[in-house]
Design a protein around this ligand. Structure first.
Ligand code: TXA
Ligand code: MG
Length: 333
């Protein structure tokens, strides 16, 4: 049975006991809700793959409370230390070489020599991690192939019954999964865009950083990035400038002049058929709303979800990457 709870004085102790017993606890981070388990226990980690229906070749991210804790599991290098100093705690995952004999479950790393690791910036995540003497693996707390959860209700919808406890703490602030930066090779490569942008990373590391685009076989990729992701059931149509009959609208900015083929205006659609990522075209607000609004518009009655164009600057790049995946169909992480 799943216990869904807000944070009371004893809740974190209870969550810690469950995790110590190899059980699964969903908890909030600043990006999306994570499904936590003991990263050093094969049994706990296999529970994650089972609950998510996740393919075993897709490795997980370790969550630590500090750089010092990270250094017990991964080999730090100069670039990693710079990134840690600037961005941790925060929405950046680093791919680093594993420290020898670090006891991390090989299921968690899918047998790779590298490990994905981050220090989340959320008071509940921090408090929980500090109660444990092991790091947590935490993929997004959703069934594989569906949109990541940004609210406790999304975790219940996706994993209800498959998780022992859900620590509920409202909507997540950022709304997109962490940026993944691979620092395990000679040159840094972004494997997943996010709130921490390429430009910011380039400023801090004082060098050009490549982005490993999908389907380029000669570049390193996150195994999970090969898969179709973040997919609602309803088809998604991008760069919409008008609507077809039966389509729901995911707007960005003003919809005043948007029409519907065959007659009518977007603004006259019933409330259930339209959402606005940000009326003021604020990209941070749009990122925070994206997954929730995709869920809200994902209804069999809708022919498609028509999404207005989002500019490619700043976090717009990460938003567009998620949207592109949402058009690709279903199944995967
Ligand atoms: O914001 C986030 O990162 C959230 C919260 C809960 O922390 N977590 C999250 O985890 O998005 P998940 O499992 O949904 O995505 C992890 C991604 C996958 O695409 C996986 O392939 C990649 O990280 N990954 C993990 N280990 C890797 C490694 N050693 N090398 C390359 N990619 C790796
Ligand atoms: Mg995920």
């Amino acid at each position: 049975m799943t216990r869904i709870t807000t944070i009371q004085p004893d809740t974190l102790a209870e969550a810690a006991s469950l995790l110590e017993a190899d059980r699964l606890v969903a908890f909030p981070t600043e990006t999306v809700y994570g499904l936590g388990a003991n990263a050093l226990s094969d049994q706990a980690v296999s529970g994650i793959f089972e609950a998510k229906g996740r393919p075993s070749f897709n490795p997980l991210i370790l969550h630590c409370y500090s750089l010092e804790q990270v250094s017990r599991y991964a080999e730090l290098n100069e670039r990693a230390e710079k990134c840690a100093q600037h961005f941790w705690p925060g929405p950046l995952t680093l791919i680093l070489r594993q420290k020898a004999h670090n006891n991390v479950s090989q299921l968690a790393t899918a047998g790779l020599e590298t490990v994905a690791i981050r220090v989340p910036d959320h008071p509940i995540a921090q408090k929980l991690l500090r109660k444990l003497d092991f790091p947590l693996v935490a993929p997004s707390a959703n069934r594989s192939g569906t949109v990541s959860p940004t609210a406790p209700a999304h975790v219940v919808e996706s994993l209800g019954g498959r998780v022992d406890m859900i620590l509920a703490a409202g909507n997540t602030k950022i709304g997109l999964e962490s940026t993944i930066l691979d620092l395990s090779g000679d040159t840094p490569v972004i494997l997943r865009p996010g709130h921490i942008t390429q430009e910011l990373l380039e400023q801090v590391l004082e060098q050009k950083i490549a982005y490993a685009e999908l389907d380029k076989k000669d570049r390193p990729v996150s195994p999970g990035q090969l898969l179709k992701h973040y997919a609602p059931e309803t088809p998604v149509r991008l760069n919409a400038i008008d609507l077809k009959p039966g389509e729901a609208l995911l707007a960005f900015g003003s919809t005043k002049f948007m029409g519907i083929h065959g007659g009518g205006k977007a603004d006259d659609l019933p409330e259930t058929m339209r959402r606005n990522l940000s009326k003021t075209q604020d990209l941070e607000e749009a990122a925070a709303n994206l997954f929730r609004m995709l869920r809200e518009l994902d209804k069999p009655a809708h022919q498609a979800i028509a999404v207005m164009a989002i500019p490619q600057n700043g976090i717009g790049f990460a938003i567009n990457e998620r949207l592109k995946r949402a058009t690709a169909g279903s199944n995967a992480d």
